[in-house]
Each structure stands twice: as structure tokens, then as C-alpha cells.
Design a protein around this ligand. Structure first.
Ligand code: ADP
Ligand code: MG
Length: 384
């Protein structure tokens, strides 16, 4: 991919880039809707990335190019203005630039920017965070600034929250920043702490992307958000010391059940038990118990299905199929749910052929094709 970037950069701008930044996509390994409830999440950076090339210009113009979406060069500068329509993708690097300028980036000259990617867009692998992180490390270097990894993650999130306008948590950017081969990134959303834990070296994840999202996915997220907030309020009437839903216990939820609606109770059970599963996952990984790790993924999906109710028929079907497929340790939906993708944690013997059986059964059932590909755990953001 690096060669492809240099090649594209040359053909667009007539010279090689001065700087190349790379940042990976990520999978949410376990910890579904725990982030905004003060819980914990485990994610993994993957071996698919966005590569950003940058060079300084003599004037103060900016030029942006990507080989995905559109090959058209987007020009601008020196003022930061939000883009619409076909140029919308530029808001990600522009948002990063905005966040960097607020940190003192001396933008005294213009630049040429080009991106190439082997990370599918909108497949739940967080291409947006990869774009932000690759841009952040690249712009920093180009203008003589360097940042700690957690700061790079914060810059990416700021770009997405404040400039692009997507109210995402810190998961995507933290994993893209701190990911490491043979490691998972552990995020404690209550303490705002990010760390790494060693992971099984030979695990392969397969992504089964349904390419289908519920039409009302955004409003469904906010409905769930509201249900979690009301569940917390109900819990706090009796247990005022509980400050986040993920801190509660199943016993406490049972005690306050009469104060909660059926939905609020189910969401609370999911959040609390999912948070326990993340802790349990850390424990079984430390013990090298891969079978139990797989079972926790299946249990996570069951909880999403029965209690958080953010799965779909398609996702449930895939997890069911995968749970009885050889060489699969476990499977679950990844990301927000209401459509999207399932991940399967497999050993190295799992082949594309095994994947094809699942795909064929899916096609028989739903009449549609899946996107199936394997990913391994890779390294986080870097300069090349
Ligand atoms: P994802 O789950 O992949 O993060 P998002 O909707 O959050 O999905 O972000 C996707 C957006 O990120 C794209 O619509 C585009 O604006 C930007 N993006 C991602 N990859 C690229 C790329 N290779 N080139 C240009 N823009 C990209
Ligand atoms: Mg995104």
C-alpha cells in the first residue's frame, strides 16, 4: 500500500510525498454499548489501514486527493471551511487540522494531501478514525509537532465530534492509535484510561458484513441511550452511590425492578453483564484460555439479542451458523448493531472455504451476498 500511495501521489502532484502516516481500522472485540455507560471495552487494531501522504507547498493552498470515493482533487485553504456533498470526506482531515491548530500547529505554508486505503468504508471497521489518525500524525510531522498516542486519539475524536459532528466515544480513535500486534486495547470509559493487554498470537478474525443497516439506526441509538439513562436514574433512587450504569449489579437491578420499565431493565442487565464479560475476557486471556474467550463472545451476542435488542435476524443467523462451524471459537455482532457486521474469532485453520459455507447458507436464507474477509491484529498509527 505504501508503494501505491507513493505512486498515486506522484501521478497527482508530480513528486513523492515528504511524509507518510498510516493508521489502522479496528474491531470491537467485546464490550457492546458499555462505553457511554461508564464501562469497559476491548478493541483490536487490524491489518487494514489508511495511508496518508503529505508534502509542503510553496503557496498557502491545500489540495486533497483520495483514491476511494472520488478521484477528484479538492482544493482549499488557507481558511478551514466545512465541505458538503462529494467533498464531505475532506471534513475528516480538515477537522484534524482544526484540532491541531488549536494545539499550536504553525500552518505557515500550504500542503498536498493524498490518501489510499485497503480499509472498507462503513463496514463497522472505523475508517473514519483511521483517516483522522493517519492525518493527525502526518500533519503533526509535516509542521514539526509530535504528540503522544493518547493525544493523537483525542485529536481524532475532537475532529469527529466537533468538526464532522458525529458524537462517537473514544473507542475507535484509541484503538487506531494504541493498537499493537498480539495485543488488545482495553478502554476504561469511566476512568478514561487506555491500556494494552497481551492477546493470543495466532487468532484470526473473520468479518461477515451484511452491508445492511436499519434505516432508523441513529434514532435507535438515541432511544437506547435514553433507556440506559432512565435505568441509571431508577437505580440511583435506591443506590445513590452508583454513578454509571455499568457499575450496578444484577442484584441491584432486581431490587429496583418495579421502578423500571421492561425495556429499561433489560438494557441495564445487558450493560452490567456485558461489563462483567469484558473483565472476564481479560482474565481468561491472561490464563491463555481461548475456548472460554470464544464462549464469552457468544454470550455477549446472546445478551445483545435478548436484553439490548440491537441485533437483527441476519446477525443472529450468522452467529448461530458460526457457533457450530469448526475452527470458530466464538462470534458476535461488532459495533453498534441494528445491522452491520459479525466477527468470528477463529484459529488459523479456518479457511475462506469454511466462510463460503456460511455465506451460501446466508444467501439461501436471505437472498443476499455478504462481504467476507479475514483480519489479523495489527499495529496502531505510525509514520512510515
Ligand atoms: P466507518 O464505520 O467506516 O468509520 P463512517 O461513516 O464513520 O464509517 O466514516 C466513513 C467516512 O470516512 C467516509 O464516508 C469518508 O468521508 C471517510 N473516509 C473513510 N475512508 C476514506 C478514504 N479512504 N478516503 C476518503 N475518505 C474516507
Ligand atoms: Mg466511523
Amino acid at each position: 500500500m505504501k508503494d501505491l500511495l507513493i505512486d498515486r501521489f506522484r501521478s497527482v502532484y508530480g513528486r513523492a510525498p515528504d511524509i507518510i502516516g498510516r493508521a489502522p481500522g479496528r474491531i470491537e472485540v467485546i464490550g457492546n454499548h458499555t462505553d457511554y455507560n461508564g464501562g469497559t471495552v476491548l478493541g483490536a487494531a487490524i491489518n487494514h489501514s489508511i495511508y496518508v501522504g503529505l508534502s509542503l507547498r510553496e503557496d498557502n493552498c491545500w489540495q486533497f486527493y483520495t483514491n476511494d470515493l472520488s478521484e477528484k482533487i479538492v482544493s482549499g485553504g488557507p481558511e478551514i471551511k466545512k465541505r458538503k456533498g462529494a467533498e464531505e470526506w475532506v471534513n475528516y482531515p480538515l477537522g484534524v487540522l482544526d484540532a491541531l491548530i488549536r494545539r499550536g500547529l504553525p500552518l505557515d505554508r500550504g500542503f498536498d494531501f493524498a490518501a489510499v486505503s485497503d480499509l472498507p468504508i462503513g463496514a463497522g471497521l472505523s475508517s473514519s478514525a483511521a483517516m483522522e489518525l493517519a492525518a493527525a500524525i502526518g500533519f503533526g510531522k509535516l509542521y514539526g509537532m509530535s504528540f503522544e498516542l493518547v493525544e493523537l486519539a483525542a485529536i481524532g475524536r475532537e475532529a469527529e465530534n466537533n468538526f464532522v459532528g458525529v458524537p462517537c466515544g473514544i473507542l475507535d480513535q484509541s484503538v487506531s492509535a494504541l493498537g499493537k500486534r498480539e495485543n488488545l486495547v482495553h478502554i476504561d470509559c469511566k476512568e478514561n484510561e487506555v491500556s494494552r493487554i497481551g492477546f493470543f498470537p495466532d487468532v484470526v478474525f473473520w468479518v461477515f458484513n451484511t452491508k445492511k443497516k436499519h434505516a432508523l439506526v441513529d434514532s435507535l441509538y438515541s432511544v437506547r441511550h435514553g433507556e440506559c439513562q432512565r435505568a441509571l436514574a431508577g437505580l440511583q433512587e435506591v443506590y445513590p452511590n452508583v454513578s454509571f450504569l455499568a457499575e450496578g449489579t444484577v442484584e441491584q437491578i432486581d431490587t429496583v425492578a418495579s421502578r423500571l420499565s421492561g425495556e429499561e431493565k433489560r438494557r441495564a442487565i445487558h450493560v452490567v453483564t456485558e461489563n462483567l464479560r469484558v473483565h472476564e475476557m481479560c482474565r481468561v486471556i491472561a490464563e491463555g484460555d481461548i475456548e472460554s474467550a470464544g464462549k464469552l463472545l457468544l454470550a455477549s451476542h446472546e445478551s445483545s439479542r435478548n436484553f439490548f435488542e440491537n441485533t437483527t435476524e441476519e446477525l443472529d443467523f450468522l452467529v448461530e451458523q458460526l457457533s457450530v462451524t469448526e475452527n470458530v471459537y466464538g462470534a458476535r455482532l461488532t459495533g453498534g448493531g441494528f445491522g452491520g457486521a459479525v466477527i468470528a474469532m477463529t484459529n488459523e485453520a479456518f479457511t475462506a472455504g469454511d466462510g463460503k459455507t456460511v455465506t451460501a447458507n446466508y444467501k439461501k436464507m436471505f437472498g443476499q451476498d455478504l462481504d467476507v474477509f479475514s483480519v489479523t491484529v495489527g499495529d496502531g498509527v505510525e509514520l512510515l
